[in-house]
Design a protein around this ligand. Structure first.
Ligand code: DGL
Length: 279
């Protein structure tokens, strides 16, 4: 059996395209319906109530698109609102990025000390810590908010002295504690992989939640017999909705996806907030 319906993916903006990129790398025949809430980006400095409300609206839209799986690609929305989103989806297989990243880190830490980096809301939620402790309560988890990383990536400030200096400021403390892996708990951080690795040294493994989420999606679709029978062309059939066509959305989207993003459409924020897509 196979299922040709698309996978729904949402994020606070374009960063979730790092998750879409990994999905398409592992399963090039899968179609994606992506929603990036660019009008309200970033989510990371918002309250729990605001994040849950935005995530609910994002999910409501995607659930109505006849999808076979829902992926919350945004770490912040996953950390704060995955349970509410899962309830909305009912029987629909729904995953976030936190659990796959946490599981991968648990399997890799030899010294049983894991660092988590993410937005303020992600770190405050302690969702990664909880997910790790649900697997192994004896592992020590150290969270570090890195609120400047996402804006630096948005500005294309990747390989710059300023970025390296900020990385040192954020990460040296984790190195001193003696962690042996760091979970990249934000959609934007895979683009900073080299800077982060250069800062913490090669002894510390970086865990890319985006990759492990795509892997988890593949495992679940395969287990449920829901993989597409197509082995290519998923990207060309995918649709990407944005709530605001920000001035440089095309270049920015390309930098996260790693290639040109076809079929970008505008979903006005008013329409998203109005909701009622699934009723
Ligand atoms: N997608 C968000 C995340 O992974 C990026 C940052 C933000 O919205 O604040 O947390």
């Amino acid at each position: 059996m196979s299922d040709q319906r698309p996978i729904g993916v949402f994020d606070s903006g374009l960063g979730g395209l790092t998750v879409a990129r990994e999905i398409l790398r592992l399963m090039p025949g899968e179609q994606i319906v992506y929603l990036g809430d660019t009008a309200r980006f970033p989510y990371g400095g918002r309250s729990k109530d605001a994040i849950c409300s935005f995530a609910g609206q994002d999910a409501d839209f995607l659930i109505a698109q006849d999808i076979k799986m829902l992926i919350v690609a945004c770490n912040t929305a996953s950390a704060v609102g995955i349970e509410a989103v899962r309830e909305m989806g009912g029987e629909l297989p729904t995953i976030g990025v936190v659990l796959p990243g946490a599981k991968a880190a648990v399997l890799r830490t030899a010294d049983r000390k894991i660092g988590i980096i993410g937005t303020r809301a992600t770190i405050k939620s302690e969702a990664y810590t909880q997910a790790i402790h649900d697997i192994d309560n004896d592992i020590k988890v150290y969270g570090k908010e890195c609120p400047l990383f996402a804006p630096l990536v948005e500005e294309g400030w990747i390989d710059t002295d300023a970025t390296r200096l900020i990385a040192q400021n954020y990460l040296y403390h984790l190195v001193d504690i003696g962690i042996d892996c760091i979970v990249l708990g934000c959609t934007h951080y895979p683009l900073l992989m080299e800077v982060i690795q250069g800062t913490v040294g090669t002894r510390i493994q970086l865990i890319d939640s985006a990759f492990w989420t795509a892997k988890e999606a593949q495992d679940i679709l395969s287990m449920l017999d829901l993989l597409s029978s197509n082995s290519r062309d998923g990207l060309s059939k995918s649709i990407f909705y944005l709530t605001d066509m920000t001035p440089n959305f095309e270049e920015s989207a390309e930098s996260f996806l790693g290639e040109k993003v076809p079929a970008i459409r505008h979903l006005p924020l008013d329409r998203l907030i109005e909701g009622g897509f699934t009723s």
